[in-house]
Design a binder for this molecule. Sequence first.
Ligand SMILES: [Zn+2]
Length: 114
Amino acid sequence: MMSDEDRAEREPWRVSIAEFKGFLGHVQRSTSCPVCPHRGDWTIHVDAEAPNFGLDPNLLVYVIPGFSPDNLDKAKYRQGHFAMECPNCGTVQFVSCLSVARHLGLFPEQKTDG
Ligand SMILES: [Zn+2]
């Protein structure tokens, strides 16, 4: 479990697999692939270069070309996405970093549920 100190030190778009799966469960995202018959776990894209929190690697952040993850402010941050891939057919789906970060309370001033 991440301490408040760890959370305070990291960039808000650094999200672990466990946190991402928690978000997916919270929003009741379907595990069914919209393209093929696969139903179940998806392959989550992780960033091998990023610092890990606990034992869990951090997710890779995809940004619109021209934006650097190191320079993301709150407006640009909306351009960032996490990705998950169907292990059967390779379909990739993107999830907004902002949606996940809000769910995790990384932007408590923007939290709407609670
Ligand atoms: Zn598929």
